[in-house]
Design a protein around this ligand. Structure first.
Ligand code: AMP
Length: 210
């Protein structure tokens, strides 16, 4: 099963992706995580991408499309994958279609997780990450990482003004993909403004082919 998770930043894509990995053994491909790893390692890609990420803008296609094409060629993706944060624009969706055709693979379903913008701004304000182990968590965990003990931080792009910009960028560039995948007959929309376990019930059913 190959799945695209669509949804605004903070809609819960990463959380549901982690559950899909656990339940179905799929490979989780998050372009946000890949870019953050490149930023931490100060690779040329990371240095270039950071400027856009910190401002809440999309990283240019020429930086991201090659990255995802290479990732999809890796053997582990043959057992099924979840794309989280890619594609984020129609041009990326078209590039993905081309790459999948070359690899003779298809997307089975695009799951759109729908959450109201104000709920998202509120949710993201409590989001934290551990700079040492890279784990994403929530302020309810306390000030320090429960795994490695480092002080938790707020992602630069999780500050409220940047979040509002990211939501704007989502509406302009990414939301049109809902119609793109509806047109292909593979869209499933779910209400993401419910507890994680309830959203998961829907996601699990869809991933089971229901
Ligand atoms: P995320 O963790 O998915 O919210 O991504 C964090 C940031 O990485 C985004 O705000 C963008 O700056 C960048 N990014 C992630 N995925 C993409 C993508 N597919 N296209 C362009 N920029 C991306």
């Amino acid at each position: 099963m190959n799945i695209i998770l669509l949804g605004a930043p903070g809609s819960g894509k990463g959380t549901q992706a982690a559950k899909l990995v656990e339940a179905f053994g799929l490979v989780h491909i998050s372009t946000g995580d890949m870019l953050r790893a490149a930023v931490s390692a100060s690779t040329p890609l990371g240095v270039e991408a950071k400027k856009y990420m910190d401002a809440g803008d999309l990283v240019p296609d020429e930086l991201i499309i090659g990255l995802i094409k290479d990732r999809l060629k890796e053997e582990d993706t043959e057992k099924g994958f979840i794309l989280d944060g890619f594609p984020r624009s129609t041009s990326q969706a078209i590039a993905l279609d081309e790459q999948l055709a070359e690899l003779k693979r298809t997307i089975d379903v695009a799951i759109a997780i729908d959450v109201d913008a104000e709920v998202i701004v509120n949710r993201i304000s409590t989001r934290r990450f551990c700079p040492a182990c890279g784990r994403s968590t929530n302020a309810s965990e306390g000030e320090y990482c429960i795994i490695c003990g480092c002080a938790l931080e707020v992602r630069a792009d999780d500050k409220e003004d940047v979040v509002r910009k990211r939501l704007n960028v989502y509406e302009q560039n990414t939301a049109p993909l809902i119609d793109y995948y509806r047109g292909k007959g593979i869209l499933r929309s779910i209400d993401g403004d419910r507890p994680v376990s309830v959203v998961w019930e829907d996601v699990e059913k869809i991933a089971s082919g229901d």
